[in-house]
Write a protein that binds this ligand. Structure first.
Ligand code: G3P
Length: 224
């Protein structure tokens, strides 16, 4: 697996119509341009059906979800091999909007390792951050669900949960870096996150739904 250079910006396209199909490709191009100009790693996270066209824009792509399933007789699951072969280099696991049991998170991480793709396991509090770190993903991302999509940045509204998650992960496995997300959209939110010990941010609506997503993404990375 290719080592990802931090700080990381991970842009989750979610199921926003502004980031689906042709719009996903346009957003991928924006990520690619801003990443090149700013020299910051930006990862695009489109829906499964948009992985391949977004990969073609040149931006590194993660899947939004994989299952722990193996190839064979299964229906409706997202196979790690399928997202890898479409060009994804990693995947989110256990996003607040796509929750899994602990056993399913473990199985999904194993499927990702089997296919050599990177993992970002999302957590909603300090306790789940510890559990996630114990499974040795490549990153844990702390996202308080109540702040997701609000435009209220976790890095200033709840700094303790970010620094607490950083310390908690460090106590379990110093090799598992922590990202944070929810309400992040501006350069100052990103700077605050990095000052709290996060190695990057996971974000969506502040960029995807901005009137000018390129300007919003440029602002996000402007203070690094
Ligand atoms: O995965 C990113 C996320 O859940 C945060 O969403 O819209 O608050 O940036 P948003």
């Amino acid at each position: 697996m290719k080592q990802l250079k931090t700080p990381l910006v991970v842009l989750n396209f979610k199921t926003y119509i502004e980031a689906t199909g042709k719009n996903a490709v346009r957003l991928g191009e924006i990520c690619s341009d801003v990443s090149r100009d700013a020299g910051i790693t930006i990862i695009a996270v489109p829906q499964s059906s948009d992985i391949r066209p977004v990969v073609e824009t040149g931006v590194p792509v993660f899947a939004q979800h994989i299952d722990g399933a193996s190839a064979g007789s299964g229906t409706g699951h997202v196979l790690a091999e399928a997202v890898r072969d479409a060009g994804a280099i990693g995947t989110l696991i256990n996003h607040s909007e796509r929750r899994l049991t602990l056993a399913e998170i473990d199985a999904a991480i194993r499927a990702a390792r089997r296919t050599d793709i990177a993992t970002i396991v999302c957590s909603n509090n300090i306790a789940t951050t510890k559990a996630a770190a114990a499974l040795k993903p490549d990153f844990v991302a702390i996202e308080p669900p109540e702040l997701i999509g609000t435009g209220i940045p976790v890095s200033t509204a709840d700094p303790e949960i970010v620094s607490g998650a950083v310390d908690a992960a460090l106590g379990i496995d110093p090799d598992v870096p922590v990202l944070c997300g929810a309400g992040i959209s501006k350069g100052e939110d990103m700077t605050a996150a990095l000052e709290l010990g996060a190695k990057g941010v996971l974000l969506a609506s502040g960029i995807v739904r901005a009137p000018d997503p390129k300007a919003a993404l440029m602002d996000l990375v402007s203070e690094i």
